[in-house]
Design a protein around this ligand. Structure first.
Ligand code: AHR
Length: 493
């Protein structure tokens, strides 16, 4: 069989892969924050200041880099003052967006607020990313939050933070100005949101919001209308886009049940993430510059029909989803010059989470394994890659059977590869430009089926195993099992 070929053009550098691209998102939704991260005084699992140590350990080992909170749709109904001060005095509120059908999540206790979130970020060594309330809040509330978190001056809000246990400022760099403000975040048209964004960002900046994230849309026209109206692009450091794949645009089956057509359609849909980045970049370059405004893909991942409000957006975490995530991470690496940050939705228990929990334990999902395998890309320099492989036709567009991306640093070149074929092993030659030394590899899911999913009992079975690397005329060649993901380290000569 003639192998597929991945050509790695080491001399064509794209940009550094910002660590923030491997970020995560935690919303007050179902069992993500309450149960998955925060258990307070519940002593069934060991905690640090009410935060689960098992979840923290997994996240720290993975590297979270940047964590977005408190939403999501929840952000535009959240009033930060509800979540600071003595916990027993905090108001109990309805969770306006994610209450449906879940008795236990109907009341938001506000036990997990700003101080608890920042503590979590310290424990997992992540940059905090706070999403301010535009939809039902005002610029004063948002800029007061910035002051509470970031100011060192002797102001009432800085004193209040000190009384709440944090003498030193939290130094929050990333500030979202609302979330999906074209929908759950206030139903704004792009022109009205541009006016609101200008007002909020202006006052938030005055109090110390270093980097702001504006809400964008999957629709390029919406982004163009917003950018045309904004007139002050300097107020915006990142434009956010969200892209879920699975339930939204076609029938991809469920997380664990799909036929061949549905299997490939999920991959076709996941390719939309890259296309959407390109479309947002084209819009930005018309009105500002992608050198100054990064694209924040601050929600992305697989979302299957069974993940509904009623079950707190929970779904099984399957191998197919994890392999799809690998392709999306490759697409981020290819666009390291455009993507400034990205947040997989959502960290624990919800949607395409990396950690799942029950009342006694936490365990990693197959997607966790993929992010872990991709971690050598973090902070390295992305280089151009070209993949020669077969394609599968779908209702949307053709899906290349092999996905790949590469980065390099002084030690060598790191190449990630995935085989999206449902049932065929693929032999792949990895042709790295110039003189190279030896290569070693690891592979995920060699013995799994695409519909396999993680449980507390089987989670260890998704760990990586060694991958044999042969050499043909000096070029490393690997055999990738069907529906698998690999990482190849190629030494510099
Ligand atoms: O992640 C679940 C929801 O998806 C978020 O709250 C919202 O921003 C998006 O529509």
């Amino acid at each position: 069989m003639t192998p597929d070929t991945v050509r790695v053009r080491r001399n064509e550098e794209i940009d550094r892969v910002n660590p923030e691209i491997h970020g995560h998102f935690a919303e007050h939704l179902g069992r993500c924050v309450y149960g998955g991260i925060w258990v307070g005084d519940d002593d069934r699992v060991p905690t640090t200041d009410g935060i689960r140590e098992d979840t923290v350990e997994l996240l720290s080992d993975l590297g979270v880099h940047q964590l977005r909170w408190p939403g999501g749709c929840f952000a535009d109904a959240y009033h930060w003052r509800d979540g600071v001060g003595p916990r027993e005095e905090r108001p109990r509120r309805t969770n306006d967006f994610w209450a449906q059908g879940r008795e236990e999540a109907f009341v938001e206790s506000n036990a997990f607020g700003t101080e608890e979130f920042v503590r979590l970020c310290e424990l997992v060594d992540a940059e905090p990313f706070l999403a301010a309330n535009v939809g039902s809040g005002d610029p004063r509330e948002a800029s007061d939050w910035v002051e509470y978190c970031n100011r060192d001056d002797d102001t009432t809000l800085a004193r209040e933070r000190a009384e709440n246990g944090s003498e030193e400022p939290h130094d929050v760099t990333y500030w979202g100005v609302g979330n999906e403000n074209w929908g759950c975040g206030g139903q704004f048209d792009p022109e009205t949101y541009a006016d609101e964004f200008r007002r909020f960002a202006h006052f938030m900046r005055l109090r110390g919001a270093e980097e702001t994230i504006a809400c964008g849309h999957i629709d390029e026209d919406w982004n163009r209308r917003f950018l045309a109206e904004l007139t002050e692009p300097d107020l915006m450091d990142h434009l956010s886009i969200h892209r879920y794949f699975g339930r939204w645009d076609g029938d991809c089956g469920s997380a664990t049940e799909f036929d061949e057509e549905q299997y490939y359609l999920l991959f076709a849909e996941s390719l939309k993430v890259g296309r959407q980045i390109d479309s947002a970049a084209a819009a930005i370059d018309t009105y500002a510059s992608t050198d100054d405004v990064g694209i924040a893909v601050d929600e992305w991942g697989a979302w299957h029909p069974e993940a509904a409000s009623e079950n707190g957006l929970e779904q099984e975490n399957s191998v197919r989803d994890a392999v799809a995530a690998a392709g999306v991470l490759d697409d981020f690496t290819h666009r390291a010059d455009l993507v400034s940050m990205a947040n997989l939705a959502q960290t624990v228990n919800v949607l395409q989470c990396v950690v799942q929990t029950d009342e006694e334990a936490a365990w990693p999902t197959p997607t966790y394994r993929v992010l872990d395998l991709y971690s050598p890309h973090v902070g390295a320099t992305a280089v151009r890659t070209a993949v020669e492989t077969d394609e599968i036709e779908t209702d949307l567009w053709d899906v290349p059977l092999v996905s790949a991306s590469a980065t390099h640093d002084e030690e060598g070149t790191y190449v990630t590869l995935s085989n999206r074929s449902l049932d065929e092993e693929r032999s792949v030659a990895v042709a790295v430009e110039g003189e190279v030394g030896g290569a070693t590899g690891e592979v995920l899911f060699a013995d799994s089926d695409p519909a396999d999913y993680s449980t507390r009992e089987n989670a260890a079975e998704f760990a990586s195993t060694d991958l044999d690397v042969s050499t043909e005329d000096g070029t490393p060649v690997v055999d990738l099992p069907a529906n698998s993901v690999a990482g190849l380290s190629v030494e510099s000569a």
